[in-house]
Design a protein around this ligand. Structure first.
Ligand code: PLP
Length: 392
C-alpha cells in the first residue's frame, strides 16, 4: 500500500488469499543483516528449515527449497519427472489448474484436462475412469490442485490417491499445495503423493520468494530417467546439496531466515491447531456471507483458507473489490480468468484470526450498502460471532 496514493488514515488490511500478512515476529527476524549462505550460520539455519519443512509436508523424505515463486516449483515438478511428449492427466478445478496445464503444454507435455465447472474439486471417479481406460499406461502423471485459490474450492487428495490405486495405475501423483500448505491438513507420505509443490507467501506467513518440492522415492527415481531440459530447477543436482543441509545456488536468504521464525510459530501453535483455526475462520466467513443472502461460490468442499463469493446478479464483482479498497482500506481479491467480474474472494489464511473475519464481514456490509444492495447491518457479523462462540 503506497501511502502517497492512498487517502486513508488508519491501518490497511490485506485480506487476499496470498500473499498474506507477515507476522511482526517474522518481519523482525527478516530485518537483519544478510548472512553468507556458504557460512556456518546458514549451515545451522539450513538444517533447521529443512527439518521443519519435512514436518509441514508430513514427509520423511527430502524437501527442496527454491528461490522461486510457486510457479517455479510447478515447473520443477514436471521437468524433473517427465519427458517430452509424456501424457499428463489434470483436473480443471479453476484458474490455477488451467495455468498449470498451460505450463505443462508449453514444456511439450500432452495434457488431458478433465473438465470441471470450477465450483467442485477434482473428481476421483472421473480420474479413476480415465486411468482405467489407459491400459497401455501412457499417462505418466496425474496433477491436482489441493486448494483452488481462484475459486475457494478444495480437492480431496487422499481420495484421488485411493482412486489411482483402485485401478492400479502407475502414474505419478502430483499435488499443488501452494495455497493449502500450513493452512489445510496435508500429508505427503500418508496420502502417497509423489510430488508436492508449495510456496512461501500463503499459509507459511512469509513474503513471496520460496518454492518447495517434496518427492516420494518413486519420484526421485523418475528424476534419473526424465529428459525434459532443466538446469536451475534440476532436483537431482539440488538433492546433492540438500542432503548436506545446503543449497545449490544463492538462496533467498532473508526469507529462509523468516521461514525459521514462521516454523517456530507453527510449532508453538501446533499444526493441528493451525488447521482448526483456518477451518473455524472459514466457517464463520461462510456463515457471515450467507447471512447477507449472498451465494458461496463453492458447491462442495469449500476452502478453509479462502472464501469465494458469487457476485449478486447484475453486479460486477470488481466493483466490490474496488469499494473495499476505496472506502474500507481493505484489499480483497476479485475473480481470476473466466471468473473475473463474477466473484470476489476473502482470504483468511496464514496469519489470520477472528478479528480479520469480523472486519472483512463488517466491511462487506458497508460496501454492499454503498453499492445499493439491501443489507441488514450486523447480520453477517452476528452469524460469524455465533460460530466463534461455539466450543472447539
Ligand atoms: N497454484 C496456486 C493454487 C496458487 O494459488 C498460485 C498463486 O497464487 C500458484 C499456483 C502460482 O504461484 P506463484 O504466483 O507463487 O508463482
Amino acid at each position: 500500500m503506497n501511502p502517497l496514493t492512498q487517502p486513508h488514515s488508519g491501518r490497511h488490511f490485506l485480506q487476499i488469499p496470498g500473499p498474506t500478512n507477515v507476522p511482526d515476529r517474522v518481519l523482525r527476524a527478516i530485518d537483519g543483516p544478510t548472512i553468507d549462505h556458504r557460512g556456518p550460520e546458514f549451515a545451522v539455519l539450513g538444517k533447521a528449515v529443512f527439518a521443519g519443512m519435512k514436518k509441514v509436508f508430513k514427509t520423511a523424505g527430502d524437501v527442496v527449497i527454491y528461490p522461486a515463486s510457486g510457479t517455479g516449483a510447478w515447473e520443477a515438478a514436471l521437468v524433473n519427472t517427465l519427458s517430452p511428449g509424456d501424457r499428463v492427466l489434470m483436473a480443471e478445478t479453476g484458474h490455477f489448474a488451467t495455468l498449470w496445464r498451460k505450463l505443462a503444454e508449453r514444456l511439450g507435455l500432452v495434457v488431458e484436462f478433465i473438465p470441471g465447472d470450477w465450483r467442485h474439486g477434482a473428481d476421483p471417479d472421473a480420474i479413476a475412469k480415465r486411468l482405467a481406460a489407459d491400459s497401455a499406461h501412457a499417462i505418466k502423471a496425474v496433477c491436482v490442485v489441493h486448494n483452488e485459490t481462484s475459486t475457494g474450492v478444495t480437492s480431496k487428495v487422499a481420495d484421488v490417491r485411493v482412486a489411482i490405486d483402485r485401478v492400479g495405475h502407475p502414474a505419478l501423483f502430483m499435488v499443488d499445495t501452494i495455497s493449502s500448505l500450513a493452512s489445510i491438513d496435508y500429508r505427503h507420505d500418508e496420502w502417497g503423493v509423489d510430488v508436492t509443490v508449495g510456496g512461501s507467501q500463503k499459509g507459511l506467513m512469509l513474503p513471496p520468494g520460496l518454492g518447495f518440492c517434496a518427492l516420494s522415492e518413486k519420484a526421485w527415481r523418475k528424476t534419473k530417467t526424465s529428459t525434459l531440459p532443466k538446469f536451475y530447477f534440476s532436483l537431482a543436482d539440488e538433492l546433492k546439496y540438500v542432503v548436506k543441509n545446503e543449497v545449490r545456488f544463492t538462496p533467498a536468504v532473508s526469507i529462509v531466515v523468516g521461514l525459521l521464525e514462521a516454523l517456530r510459530m507453527m510449532e508453538t501453535e501446533g499444526l493441528a491447531n493451525v488447521f482448526k483455526r483456518h477451518d473455524r475462520l472459514a466457517r464463520a466467513t461462510r456463515a457471515g456471507v450467507e447471512a447477507l443472502g449472498l451465494e458461496l461460490f463453492a458447491k462442495a468442499t469449500p476452502s478453509p483458507a479462502v472464501t469465494a463469493v458469487a457476485a449478486p446478479k447484475g453486479l460486477d464483482s470488481e466493483k466490490v473489490v474496488a469499494a473495499y479498497s476505496q472506502s474500507q482500506n481493505i484489499t480483497i481479491a476479485g475473480g481470476q480468468g473466466e471468473m473475473k467480474g463474477k466473484l470476489f474472494r476473502l482470504g483468511h489464511m496464514g496469519y489470520a484470526a477472528e478479528f480479520d473475519v469480523i472486519n472483512a464481514l463488517a466491511a462487506l456490509e458497508q460496501v454492499l450498502a454503498d453499492i445499493g444492495h439491501p443489507v441488514d447491518f450486523g447480520s453477517s457479523v452476528r452469524a460469524a460471532q455465533k460460530i466463534f462462540a461455539e466450543k472447539s
